[in-house]
Write a protein that binds this ligand. Structure first.
Ligand SMILES: [Zn+2]
Length: 335
């Protein structure tokens, strides 16, 4: 019996000393010191031995257990100091957060605008990004010789098709296919041959609005725009209506909103003026109605167009419009 114990001791010592990982060490512990190990069976069989043998074997078993226990600790320390973790699982590490995607800030701004105008009774209408000359220019009272074409020159696909310079062609398409009353908003991208800077891009986001019916007046346009701005920026926001010019509306107005980044004290977004031009609007020019076959004596209406990325800049305090198209997650995650 004592001989067998010595043999077990030799084998276990060799195994413990050569263990290459904590996992391996654990299986050695189970084999030589675990509940079902031979050593444990000898230990449990002690009571059946005669007193003298029980004493000597008992002492040898205890010594071996102590010896192997100490060796086990040493081997564990050796492996841990060599960089082997005590197990594959470190319960002190913080959990890994799942990556949750979010909507782009411009998309969220569109949703906000659509919700506000939806509440005012406007439906969403969409149109093609590649337009023909008639819908993008002619029908909007911008004939080939009109100087407005120079400022809006764009990306031509061929002589008659181009990337739309504004979302206004959607107005024309809607009026061609429906009869008044019409109350729509047209969200979407527009394209112009611009040199990009902090507040201009060659690709940008607009939202167009159109209301046509009998007896529509300028006061209604003003009321809708004030209601919209207050809903978006708060009831105490500063607003400014200035006379403006657009070929497709008469009279026309440009609407400025108090800069939401500096609150009127002047910053780079508002070029130090404290005001940001957010939209252009006016009463639909009778020549536009003639182009779509409406009788301008019977119908009147108003239209407005706003820069959605400008609004997004105001709402997020962003000072460079180009950031919205770069899709740099370091920027997007901040919003
Ligand atoms: Zn400002």
């Amino acid at each position: 019996m004592l001989g067998r114990l010595r043999e077990l001791g030799r084998d276990a010592t060799a195994a413990l000393k050569s263990a290459a990982s904590v996992v391996e060490l654990e299986s050695i512990r189970v084999k030589y010191l675990g509940r079902k190990s031979e050593l444990n069976q000898v230990s449990r069989g002690l009571k059946d031995l005669d007193p003298e043998e029980r004493r000597s074997v008992g002492r040898a078993v205890n010594e071996l257990k102590n010896e192997l226990g100490a060796l086990l600790e040493q081997s564990k320390e050796r492996l841990e100091s060599a960089g082997e973790p005590s197990s594959g699982l470190d319960l002190t590490l913080p959990g890994r957060m799942p990556w949750v995607g979010k909507k782009h800030p411009v998309t969220r701004t569109y949703e906000r605008l659509e919700s506000i105008f939806g509440g005012l009774g406007f439906d969403v209408a969409l149109g093609p990004h590649v337009e023909d000359d008639f819908h993008n220019f002619d029908a909007l009272n911008i004939p080939p010789e009109h100087p407005a074409r120079d400022g809006w020159d764009t990306f031509y696909i061929d002589d008659d098709s181009l990337l739309r310079t504004h979302t206004s062609p959607v107005q024309i398409r809607v009026m061609e296919s429906r009869t008044p009353p019409i109350r729509i908003i047209a969200p979407g991208r527009a394209y112009r041959n611009e040199t990009p800077d902090a507040s201009h891009g060659s690709e940008f986001f607009q939202l167009e609005g159109l209301y046509v019916d009998r007896g529509v007046r300028f006061g209604e346009l003003k009321g809708v725009l004030i209601r919209f701005m207050r809903e978006l920026f708060g009831t105490d926001v500063g607003l400014r209506f200035r006379a403006g010019f657009f070929p497709f509306t008469e009279p026309s107005t440009e609407v400025d909103v108090e800069c939401q980044v500096c609150h009127g004290s002047g910053c780079s977004v508002c070029s130090g003026t404290g005001w940001v031009e957010l939209l252009g609007a006016g009463m639909v020019d009778p020549r536009v109605f003639e182009a779509v076959g409406y009788d301008p004596e019977e119908f009147t209406g108003y239209a407005f167009g706003l820069g959605v990325d400008r609004i997004c800049m105001m709402m997020t305090g962003t000072d460079d419009i180009r950031l919205f198209l770069e899709n740099d997650l370091r920027f997007l995650r901040q919003i």
